[in-house]
Design a protein around this ligand. Structure first.
Ligand code: MD6
Ligand code: FE
Length: 122
């Protein structure tokens, strides 16, 4: 992973209260208008003591952030180009997802959203 990514993720985690985050994985997801991600937990990682750091680029999205049970009503956050979300600790296994992406045109990325999630997976 490029150092600039690793450092962005580590600095973001530290600001969120998780000093010492050393990601070993970056998942990159690309969303076109209409694409969504249903509520899920990120639990493929071995060590849940490390947070998840998510960087959003391109078209804005509504991020759904719920609780530890799927049935918990999620809160909705608008994520714009450059926004970073950090979740961990008691929220590490919170259900979360992305509402269907509204159509639009981003000046740099066009008709898409790109999301990077940094993790300690191994
Ligand atoms: C987001 N992404 O795109 C949230 N989870 O804002 C995720 O929750 C996610 O991008 C698991 C794997 C890839 C992801
Ligand atoms: Fe996820």
């Amino acid at each position: 992973m490029p150092d600039v990514f690793r450092e962005l993720a580590a600095r973001s985690a530290e600001e969120g209260g998780f000093a010492g985050f050393a990601p070993d994985t970056c998942l990159i997801n690309r969303y076109e208008p209409g694409a969504r991600m249903s509520l899920h937990q990120d639990r493929d990682e071995r060590d849940f003591s490390a947070p998840i750091v998510s960087v959003s680029l391109g078209l804005p999205a509504i991020f759904l952030f719920g609780g530890l049970r799927r049935a918990d009503k999620p809160r909705r956050f608008r994520l714009a180009h450059g926004d970073v979300v950090v979740w961990g600790g008691p929220s590490r296994l919170a259900y979360h997802g992305v509402a269907p992406l509204a159509d639009g045109e981003h000046p740099l990325l066009g008709r898409q959203r790109v999301n990077l999630t940094f993790r300690r997976a191994r």
